[in-house]
Design a protein. Sequence first.
Length: 248
Amino acid sequence: MTGTEHAGTDPAQLRSGQMTESEFRSLYERLRGQLPWGPDDRRGALNYITPAEILAAVAGVTLGRTVSLAAPVEHRPAADNPDPAQHQMKGPLGADAGPGLAFSMDRIAMNIHGNADSHVDALCHVIFDGTLYNGVAADTVTAAGAAELSIGVAGLHPDVLRLLAERRIAALGSDGNNDTAPSAVAGVDFPVHVLAVNALGLHLLDYLQFTELRQVCEQIGRWSFLCVIAPLRLPTGTGSPVNPIAIL
């Protein structure tokens, strides 16, 4: 993402390039009108991932090689991540352990959404004109979490992904400072989230890292792979940290 993720949802902020507010709303309504699953649907594009699709995806694995697409969890404050994850050790440290059995333990606290760590957006994450995906009322998200469209709906979803543009993925990994990619091209983050999550029901992945995957794909001359994305089981969460695994 290219700014503060939750700066607001004023329509003026949703303009991108030369698209006017009227054009954006027309596109939004057109996309929303194409949903084939009816008013009671809560899964969105996950409906496309059927058992048959999963079996076909698994059949595409030939090397047994795995590559993580997750960025390392940030723990130092930065301009785009002023409130980073906190990793704390608990219990006796190794040097303090006495005779007999002891355990090293730690805890982590982090924001699910933000501008640094890899995460997946649930369909309850984006509110536009007072509603969530498929017209679900925004007030279903309360201080207790999301009663509708939470990340708990997503579960485990493997799929076959194809890198649609080899040059694009190569560019993402060509610079040591540019190997973490947001979910959207610079300047269109807000519209992409509204159109993808709210209108179409897509669970967006934010801030993935493609350097190693690009290198492996170049080595083997193949740009498709099985990708397994497993969010945490957060029954009322608006998203989840993830470690997507590409399997080739």
